[in-house]
Design a protein around this ligand. Structure first.
Ligand SMILES: Cc1cc2nc3c(=O)[nH]c(=O)nc-3n(C[C@H](O)[C@H](O)[C@H](O)COP(=O)(O)OP(=O)(O)OC[C@H]3O[C@@H](n4cnc5c(N)ncnc54)[C@H](O)[C@@H]3O)c2cc1C
Length: 304
């Protein structure tokens, strides 16, 4: 493939969103190029939950099955590379990759996800994805009724504390201090008997990826079987912004019901364009984007 071959659609990102879009578009007989550098958000986790028919599957096996099924549609091609630049406009986009390849496409789909920024807590990396997680919907069931630590601060602490109460009533909130909770929010946690500790976290102790305790700088040690924490997030790619797509303050691309961005011919789906952060919602948004793009291509072909 080179600049002479213009694909119908270039998809940047091959996680659940990009792959489902590729499936829909391949079945719609569109030529599709998926450029993926292979760093999906859930790569640290051993099991992915909550995707009907795939509950408990490893991210690697999910991807293997997806690729196997998509390979039935020969108009879909994959490139393992990073898109570093996009230029052009609706009908003729140019994508340049880190390895120096240049591709052209009529439409563009950013399914480039979000990335977690490190929290810099000693010991967290060892347990992340094994006994420390970010989302109770994804991993709460496995830790139900267990003693847990919730690492979070500010107004979000209260929101996450309420949510976690659905899975266990044995949890402690560690703000990794200092905290910005208001007196009313502290009162609310107190009323629900949720312990709140403000001392900065010194380290997380674990064995074989399984957390054993969270140790605070003031010497407090909180034994626990699991951790939920709220990572800071950044967009998986800033290319949508360089093309002029509107993004929210959280770095999410603003899209319509069919995942169309504010720039003609450019779509975005999955974590990159929603704050739902579930594989099944990412895949469903990828499917919607595929339909939206195909409709636009069909319309254009019809009106020539
Ligand atoms: C620890 C953890 C556990 C999770 N567990 C679950 C779970 O159990 N169940 C669940 O439903 N969800 C889970 N999630 C959420 C789930 O991982 C995401 O919602 C889902 O991966 C989003 O899919 P996506 O396709 O939008 O993005 P991603 O899966 O993140 O894929 C984006 C892809 O785009 C690539 N990319 C980005 N920029 C470029 C570029 N410039 N060029 C080329 N490629 C690029 C990335 O490398 C990546 O491969 C978990 C998340 C985390 C962090």
């Amino acid at each position: 493939m080179n600049t002479e071959t213009k694909m119908d659609v270039a998809i940047i990102g091959g996680g659940p969103a990009g792959l489902n879009a590729a499936l829909v578009l391949g079945r719609a007989r569109k030529s599709v190029l998926v450029i993926d550098e292979g760093r999906p958000r859930n790569r640290v986790t051993r099991e992915s939950h909550g995707f009907l028919t795939r509950d408990g599957i490893s991210p690697g096996e999910f991807r293997r099955i997806a690729m196997e099924q998509i390979s039935a549609y020969p108009s879909v091609r994959f490139v393992a590379d990073t898109a570093v630049r996009v230029d052009g406009a609706d009908g003729d986009f140019t994508i340049t990759t880190a390895q120096g390849a240049v591709f052209r496409s009529k439409k563009l789909l950013f399914a480039s996800g979000m990335k977690d920024l490190p929290l810099n807590i000693p010991g967290l990396a060892e347990v992340y994805g094994k006994s420390a997680f970010v989302c109770p919907y994804c991993d709460g069931w496995e830790l139900r009724d267990q003693p847990l630590v919730l690492i979070t601060k500010g107004a979000r602490a209260l929101h996450l504390a309420k949510m976690l109460a659905g899975w266990t009533n044995r949890y402690t909130v560690c703000t990794d201090g200092p905290d910005e909770l208001t007196e009313e929010q502290r009162e609310e946690l107190n009323r629900h008997r949720v312990p709140l500790l403000d001392s900065p976290i010194q380290r997380i102790e674990s064995a074989g990826g399984m957390v054993e305790r969270v140790v605070l700088q003031d010497g407090t040690s909180v034994p626990c079987k699991g951790i939920f924490f709220a990572p800071k997030l950044a967009a998986g790619s800033d290319l949508p912004q360089t093309l002029g797509c509107r993004v929210t303050g959280a770095g999410t691309v603003v899209v319509d019901a069919f995942c169309k961005t504010s720039v003609p011919g450019v779509y975005s789906a999955g974590d990159a364009a929603s704050e739902l952060y579930q594989a099944i919602t990412a895949a469903s948004l990828g499917a919607l984007a595929g339909v939206g793009i195909n409709n636009e291509l069909l319309e254009e072909a019809w009106n020539i």
